[in-house]
Design a protein around this ligand. Structure first.
Ligand code: F1P
Length: 338
C-alpha cells in the first residue's frame, strides 16, 4: 500500500506536541500576562480560524478575561466590527505564516497601533516577522495540504500559551504527559478509526463539541470535507436538537467530543441520536468508545480528541479512492492579490 504523507504526519504528531511545549516554555518570560490586556483576539483562516475558536475559549476559561476568535479576512475587511478602544493582544495563528488575509490583518493591526502581537506558526515566515513574541514549531511542517500534525502542534502551543498567561504551572506540568497518552491512543484506536472510516454505508458525519471543544469539532468536520468529500457539519451539543437532528438516520455518524464537566447532558444528546438510528461514536476521558484515561485537567487535553478522528478521515479518503494528501480544489496556502 502506498504510504501517504498525511498518514505519516498524523502518526508522528506526538513528538511535535512535545516540541510545541518546549518552544512555549522557552519563550515563557517574553509572554505577556493576562492582566496586561482588556481583551485577546485570536485569528487565523480555515483550520487556524477553527483553532482560534478553541483558543479563545481556553483563554477565557483559564484567565477569566475576555477573548474572541475572528477569521483573518474579517479582521482585515471588517475590523470596525471587532476592534474597540480597549487594550488588545492579537494572537495570529497560521501553519504557513504566509496566508494573505492573516498577514494583512496583522499588518493593519500594527499600523493602527492597536496592541501587541503573538504569532504561532510552523514556519518562520513573513507573519513571524510581524510578531512581538514569535512561537515557531518547525517539526509541525507538512507535505500534505490538509492540516493534521501542524494543527495539533499549534493547538498544544496555544493551550500552553493560555496556561502560561494564566500563570497555571500545574496545567503546564500536566501537559507534559500528553505525548505519551497520545501514543497509546493512536496505537490502541487506529483499527477502530479504520473500521468507521472505511464504512461507506455512512454518508454524513456530525461532530458535536461544546466550550473549548467546538473549534475542534469544526476542525475535524473540515478534515472530513477536505479529505473525503463527505457531507459533514459541526454543532454545539445542545444545538443539535434544534433542527439538525432531522438529518439523523441509519446513514448518519454522530461523533460526540464529550466533556467531563457536562458529561451527562452531552451523553443524553448522543443517546437520543442513537434512538433515531444514528451511529454514535463518543470520545471522552472515560466511559466512551474512545476513552483517554489521561487524568489531565480537561481544559488542556483537547489535542487528544484529534488523532483518531484524523485517522478516520484518512481511511475514508482511501476507501473512496481519493488522495488524502491532495484534497479537491485546495492549495496548502491561499494567497490573494490584495
Ligand atoms: C490556512 C488554510 C488551511 C487550509 C487550506 C488553505 O492556512 O486555510 O487551513 O487547509 O489549505 O489555508 P495557514 O494560514 O494556517 O497556513
Amino acid at each position: 500500500m502506498e504510504t501517504y504523507h498525511t498518514y505519516n504526519e498524523i502518526k508522528s504528531q506526538t513528538e511535535v506536541w512535545a516540541q510545541a511545549l518546549d518552544v512555549v516554555s522557552a519563550s515563557r518570560f517574553a509572554l505577556p500576562k493576562a492582566g496586561d490586556y482588556d481583551q485577546v483576539i485570536f485569528t487565523g483562516c480555515g483550520s487556524t480560524y477553527y483553532l482560534s475558536l478553541s483558543a479563545a475559549a481556553i483563554y477565557q476559561e483559564l484567565t477569566g478575561c475576555a477573548a474572541r476568535a475572528i477569521p483573518g479576512g474579517e479582521l482585515l475587511l471588517n475590523s470596525q466590527t471587532v476592534l474597540t478602544k480597549q487594550k488588545t493582544l492579537l494572537v495570529a495563528i497560521s501553519r504557513s505564516g504566509t496566508t494573505t488575509e492573516t498577514v494583512k490583518a496583522v499588518e493593519k493591526f500594527k499600523k493602527e497601533k492597536r496592541g501587541d502581537v503573538v504569532v504561532i506558526s510552523n514556519y518562520d515566515e513573513v507573519l513571524s516577522q510581524l510578531a512581538d513574541v514569535n512561537i515557531v514549531i518547525p517539526k509541525g511542517q507538512e507535505e500534505s495540504v490538509a492540516q493534521t500534525r501542524s494543527f495539533a502542534s499549534m493547538l498544544v502551543a496555544v493551550t500552553a500559551l493560555c496556561a502560561t498567561m494564566a500563570e497555571r504551572d500545574d496545567l503546564l506540568d500536566a501537559m507534559r504527559k500528553l505525548p505519551e497518552i497520545g501514543n497509546q491512543l493512536i496505537g490502541s484506536c487506529e483499527s477502530f478509526a479504520k473500521e468507521i472510516g472505511e464504512n461507506l454505508h455512512y454518508d454524513r458525519f456530525y461532530f458535536l463539541g461544546s466550550g473549548i471543544r467546538y473549534g475542534l469539532a469544526c476542525e475535524v468536520n473540515l478534515k472530513m470535507k477536505e479529505m473525503t468529500l463527505t457531507h459533514s457539519e459541526p454543532f454545539h451539543f445542545l444545538e443539535f436538537r434544534h433542527g439538525p437532528m432531522s438529518m439523523v438516520n441509519e446513514n448518519a455518524v454522530v461523533i460526540g467530543m464529550v466533556s467531563e464537566s457536562n458529561f451527562s447532558h452531552e451523553k443524553a444528546v448522543l443517546n437520543e441520536m442513537q434512538a433515531l438510528g444514528g451511529k454514535i461514536v463518543s470520545f471522552a476521558e472515560s466511559d466512551s468508545d474512545v476513552s483517554f484515561k489521561s487524568q489531565i485537567p480537561e481544559q488542556v487535553y483537547g489535542v487528544l480528541y484529534l488523532p483518531v478522528l484524523q485517522l478516520m478521515a484518512y481511511y475514508r479518503s482511501l476507501a473512496k479512492g481519493l488522495n488524502p494528501d491532495r484534497p479537491t480544489n485546495l492549495t496548502a496556502v491561499v494567497k490573494l492579490n490584495i
